[in-house]
Design a protein. Structure first.
Length: 156
């Protein structure tokens, strides 16, 4: 079981997903029971399809439950003020003078297009524990890139 960082909203979403999957599991179990009643299971496509789907649903439930067991809520993590940490937003200025703002989140909630980057990404790893005014150098495929930390705030 690996450690998973989640926002409270992410945690609640996984809980809702599990509940939905459990409802689907119940329906699939009923479908399997109905298919059994039809007789010869070796040629019963409905039965085999429902069994396959049930296996997939149960696997997904187990994966999500494992994530919840190892989850650390980002909201509960304490870090010094003005320090880049998971769950916080950070505004940086790159070498070209362009500013970008990111929220550091767990891998499951990352969405780079929405400015939410995984705490395990190379950029986040270089920014972690830095303070406003400090610089971070990230090794990119095109070479090193330097960022100045302009602002650290609460996550979104």
């Amino acid at each position: 079981m690996s450690e998973t960082f989640l926002t409270r909203a992410g945690y609640e979403k996984i809980c809702l997903d599990i509940e939905d999957l459990k409802k689907r599991k119940s329906q699939l179990s009923r479908d399997i029971a109905e298919a059994r009643e039809k007789g010869d299971l070796s040629e019963n496509a409905e039965y085999h399809s429902a069994k396959d789907k049930l296996g997939e649903v149960m696997s997904r439930i187990n994966i999500l439950q494992d994530k919840l067991q190892g989850a650390k809520l980002i909201d509960d993590i304490k870090a010094p003020p003005n320090t880049v940490a998971i769950g916080r937003s950070v505004t940086v200025k790159d070498e070209d003078g362009d500013e970008s703002t990111y929220v550091l989140v767990g891998a499951d909630e990352s969405d780079p297009d929405a400015g939410r980057i995984s705490v395990y990404s190379p950029l986040a790893q270089c920014l972690l524990h830095k303070k406003v005014g400090e610089k971070a150098t990230v090794e990119m495929a095109s070479g090193p890139r330097e960022y100045l930390i302009i602002k650290v705030g609460p996550g979104a």
